[in-house]
Write a protein that binds this ligand. Structure first.
Ligand code: HPA
Ligand code: ZN
Length: 331
């Protein structure tokens, strides 16, 4: 079986975090910015731990300075994802990195990204939708600006709202205003929880913020009552095993709880998070899951069904992607 050819649905991808290091180096060169401190001698991103990862990430973002840079980035990301069989992807976009929370600027960035998304769909048969994310360690006030940008641009392309960033800062509930604002605008909700926060962060995500999907959520495994609650609610976990291994949550794929979470009745999906940072691709995630747990084309088809059912796009888009999935699964 070649894992590259299998069709895939990805729900958890940070847009800037999907920027290949060579792409960021090229922009740095064009803009005469010295970013040498964030790369290893082999050209990959250099970071020690999660906090340092976030800092390197934000430094890389300093060369993404306008809509045109995001148009190029979007084309590069979608070409790479499509090459790994991805037929539908949801990407996390932060107004903080796209105009600093200013609505008019955000609209310009978004127009360029959507333009690139349409171009890539025509060229590579991959559909992209956007989930606006606030950045937790930037605090609740900037999160409100992100939520207002999300609410103003909610529609058939911006389909959700969420929160990334440093999960050890503050509480999920500190951001409730932003999640309420996004919900009232018709957006679907997800938040990072249960990655660096414990099971209580997942419980807060579901009970306090009312999200239907959780980014990571893998530390739910530590709490049997929570597992039952998530199974009863049908909460979907956006699991990113390769990311978790690189950031040191688990020593290797074989120790990762994704198989146990699935066996416990949870709705699990698989994503890459920030693929070049974590030296991964969707094909590699599938390959490693096959090696660790023996998952095969049937398991991957089931993962895709779960992911597509949990995708925040409208049902017309879902049906279109479903057809694409089925035709590729039977190729
Ligand atoms: N986790 C949390 N926040 C992030 C990430 C991530 O992998 N990438 C960008 N922001
Ligand atoms: Zn993430």
């Amino acid at each position: 079986m070649t894992f590259t050819d299998l069709p895939k649905v990805e729900l958890h991808l940070h847009h800037e975090g999907a920027a290949p290091p060579g792409f960021i180096r090229q922009l740095a060169h064009e803009k005469r910015v010295d970013l040498s401190g964030i790369f290893r001698p082999d050209g990959s991103y250099d970071f020690r731990d999660f906090a340092h990862f976030l800092s390197v990430y934000e430094t890389a973002c300093t060369v993404l300075q306008g809509p045109e840079d995001f148009r190029r980035l979007t084309l590069a990301i979608l070409e790479e994802s499509a090459a790994h069989g991805v037929v539908y992807s949801e990407t996390f976009l932060s107004p903080d990195f796209c105009g600093g929370g200013d609505l008019a600027a955000w609209r310009d960035y978004l127009a360029a990204i959507q333009d690139a998304s349409a171009e890539a769909e025509a060229k590579h048969g991959i559909t992209l939708r956007g989930v606006v994310t606030c950045v937790r360690h930037f605090g609740p006030e900037l999160a409100k600006k992100a939520a207002l940008c999300a609410a103003e641009t909610a529609g058939d392309w911006i389909v959700g709202f969420g929160m990334g960033g440093n999960e050890t800062v503050g509480q999920q509930g500190d951001y409730a205003w932003s999640f309420d604002c996004a919900r009232e605008a018709g957006l679907r909700l997800t938040t990072h929880a249960g990655e660096f926060g414990g099971p209580e962060s997942v419980r807060d995500a579901v009970r306090v913020l009312g999200v239907e999907r959780v980014g990571h959520g893998v530390r739910s495994m530590e709490d049997a009552d929570l597992i039952r609650e998530l199974a009863d609610c049908g909460t979907v976990l956006e699991v990113c095993p390769g990311s978790n291994v690189v950031l040191g949550l688990f020593p290797d794929f074989a120790s990762h709880p994704i198989a146990k979470l699935r066996d416990a009745g949870l709705r699990v999906t698989v994503s890459t998070d920030d693929p070049p940072f974590f030296h991964t691709t969707m094909s590699r995630e599938y390959e490693m899951l096959n090696r660790a747990f023996g998952w095969d084309a049937t398991d991957f088809a089931q993962l895709n069904d779960t992911a597509l059912a949990a995708a925040f796009c409208d049902d017309t888009t879902r049906a279109r992607v479903q057809k694409r999935l089925e035709s590729k699964e039977h190729e």
